[in-house]
Design a protein around this ligand. Structure first.
Ligand code: MRU
Length: 352
């Protein structure tokens, strides 16, 4: 089952409701792009590649249900949908990459509404298929870095739920497992939204991979204790110098891994690399509702005193100097990022 899918019988977008996992596997259907914007904002769907493909389907919905069903009205709705989708979350560059890509299709000339709808749907479906194929390629490259017997710390959720299928860093771990390597995953719970404890643990259960959930703050002790061979995470945006914006806590984890000589491996499709952003300090970091931090309860009581205030940055930036390897669908990039990134791009564009 895919995280994001198109239901052709009903012309609707289907999303696994990630707010309900692991308790319930609920699939929601959407026919209004405005509801899809809200689903991205409230994290019904989350993870950089997943929100990119969802946004592309949002543009399909805008054209599909334009009333009156004229080309002119569809273009007006598409423009509104683009603006709302662009404003839904700021950090994951895949969202903007996907919207720019589908915008080019929307801008082409069409004979009638039906032709426009079909072209948009075909492009969104192509993006979904490409996402799965890309993730499988990344998984193969990343799995080659994993050895039999490795214990890996993994941050946030980067699995099938964070993409259309397979995902990024967790996809590499899953592939290594399918290749027969024995792996143990220490799952950072990933405060405050607990993507690790809820979603990554749920996925690892499905795949039959050995894991234990740890508090984010326990990672340093495991790394110092020599119990961990690798750290794996995904990325929401990679700057041109290789700095990685990812879920809050990634930076502290990388610092602790680097200080203990444990390789830090970031996994991302090329669509997550933003060459327009020279370094990580220029990546917009989403600040979410403080309630996500404050609503933690123990014994049915809020842990924070009434009136407490909180800060809730959703992402942080790990400088490229802490990263040992960036895994992409084209292969593994080792430092220095800028030089070796160009090299894999050039190698990929040469005819075989
Ligand atoms: O706030 P989220 O859950 O959307 O954040 C997701 C992450 O930070 C993932 O690690 C990232 O998207 C890369 S994995 C596909």
């Amino acid at each position: 089952m895919r995280t994001v899918d198109w239901d052709s019988a009903n012309a609707q977008v289907k999303l696994i409701d990630q707010r309900r996992l692991p308790g319930s596997l609920v699939v929601l259907s959407f026919s209004r792009y405005q509801d899809l914007v809200e689903a991205i904002r409230n994290m019904t769907v989350r993870g950089a590649p997943a929100i990119g493909v969802t946004a592309a389907f949002g543009v399909v919905l805008a054209a599909w249900y334009a009333t009156p069903p004229t080309l002119e009205e569809a273009r007006r709705e598409i423009k509104k949908a683009m603006e709302l989708l662009r404003a839904s979350r700021p950090t994951a560059v895949n969202l903007f990459w996907a919207l720019d890509r589908i915008h080019q299709v929307a801008e082409a000339p069409y004979e009638n509404m039906d032709a426009l709808r079909r072209a948009l749907l075909a492009e969104a479906q192509r993006m979904a298929e490409e996402d799965v194929a890309t993730n499988r390629q990344m998984a193969m490259h990343g799995a080659a870095l994993i050895e039999d017997g490795d214990t890996i710390i993994h941050h946030c959720n980067t699995g099938a739920l964070a993409a259309v299928d397979w995902g990024t860093a967790l996809g590499c771990i899953r592939m290594a497992h399918e290749q027969g390597k024995r792996i143990h995953v220490l799952v950072d719970e990933t405060r405050p939204r607990l993507q690790g404890a809820r979603l990554t643990a749920w996925e690892l259960e499905q795949y039959g991979i050995s894991y234990e959930i740890i508090c984010d703050s326990a990672a340093g002790a495991f790394l110092r204790g020599g119990k961990v061979q690798k750290v794996f995470f995904g990325a929401d945006r990679v700057a041109a110098n290789g700095d990685v914006a990812n879920k809050i806590g990634t930076y502290m984890l990388s610092l602790a891994a680097h200080a203990n000589g444990v390789p830090v491996i970031a996994v991302m499709p090329l669509s997550t690399i933003d060459l327009q952003t020279p370094h990580g300090g220029m990546i917009p970091i989403e600040e979410r509702d403080p309630a996500e931090v404050l609503n933690l309860q123990i014994n049915g009581e809020p842990v924070a005193p009434k009136g407490a205030r909180a800060r809730n940055p959703a992402f942080d930036v790990t400088p490229h100097t802490l990263i040992s390897a960036w895994v992409t669908e084209r292969g593994v990039i080792t430092p220095p990022f800028d030089v070796h990134f160009q090299a894999i791009l050039e190698a990929g564009s040469k005819p075989n």
